[in-house]
Design a protein around this ligand. Structure first.
Ligand SMILES: Nc1ncnc2c1ncn2[C@@H]1O[C@H](COP(=O)(O)OP(=O)(O)O)[C@@H](O)[C@H]1O
Ligand SMILES: [Mg+2]
Length: 250
């Protein structure tokens, strides 16, 4: 179980997070949503140790992990992808995945035994592309590779920051099925950030809504979408949400 509560984070005068919270149980898929600038990526960066929180608690399986660096948090069992891709462009697809796998074997050997690099390549349609330099692949394929690489770390919690960005409807549906399949196979808890609300509503059993750095609603999608605070943030008072929403704040 990942429990994140009361996170505060400022960049100079910018208060990116003020009371952000999030929870994810094993084998649960949760959505982290909110308009552009709400603090979603900052929250992922704080949870994964790329940024240190100014205040708040983060625990995984009952152990506090707040303030640890990215390596230690990855050893603790949280893996992620980035809103802006971070792939080793000159390395092959297989090498990109193996880098994560080798680290996992060193640091989480029991967990690493559950990882099958060839199986990951196959599951993500990358077998034929395994020897191609990652930087030569189309953007959508690099996104798939990034998820496969995160899974090579055998995470207990997987955080995906806008995995469907730039994908067409068919690719997005395939991604949704893949995420559900990953959850079924690995029993990892998966946290998905995205603006495509059809995608989010299809796969998530629980939503957390951030606005201006604070959690404004959480719960089952039906409850969250009926919440006037959420409707107001997304489409203004009195309206009904539908389709792709980057939010009304920007
Ligand atoms: N490294 C940074 N330095 C300064 N401000 C930042 C930095 N990262 C994010 N911010 C600011 O924090 C707020 C939240 O950003 P972000 O977490 O990227 O939002 P989201 O992912 O929800 O779109 C924004 O106002 C953004 O400009
Ligand atoms: Mg973001």
């Amino acid at each position: 179980m990942l429990s994140v509560a009361g996170i505060e984070k400022s960049f100079g005068g910018v208060r990116a997070l003020s009371g952000a919270s999030l929870e994810c149980a094993p084998a649960e898929i949760v959505g982290l949503i909110g308009p552009n600038g709400a603090g979603k990526s900052t929250l992922v960066n704080v949870v994964t140790g790329f940024l240190k929180p100014d205040a708040g608690s983060i625990s995984l399986g009952g152990q506090s992990i707040a303030g640890l660096g990215p390596q230690r948090i990855s050893h603790a069992g949280i893996a992620r992808t980035f809103q802006n891709l971070r792939v080793f462009r000159e390395l092959s697809v297989r090498q990109n995945i193996e880098v994560a796998y080798v680290r996992c074997r060193q640091l989480r050997p029991q967990k690493a035994a559950t990882v099958d690099v060839n199986g990951l390549l196959r599951d993500f349609g990358l077998t034929e592309l395994a020897d191609a330099p990652a930087g030569s692949l189309p953007y959508g394929t690099q996104r798939w590779m990034e998820i496969a690489r995160a899974l090579a770390a055998a995470p207990d919690i997987l955080m995906l920051d806008e995995p469907a960005a730039g994908l067409n409807d068919e690719e997005t549906d395939r991604l949704g099925q893949a995420i559900v399949g990953i959850r079924d196979r690995t029993k990892a808890g998966i946290i998905v950030i995205d603006h495509d609300l059809r995608f989010i509503n299809n796969i998530c059993s629980r939503l957390f809504v951030l606005d201006q750095g604070s959690l404004i609603a959480s719960g089952e999608p039906g409850t969250v979408w009926a919440d006037p605070k959420v409707i107001e943030v997304y489409v203004g008072p009195g309206a009904t949400p539908s389709g792709d929403m980057s939010g009304t704040r920007h």
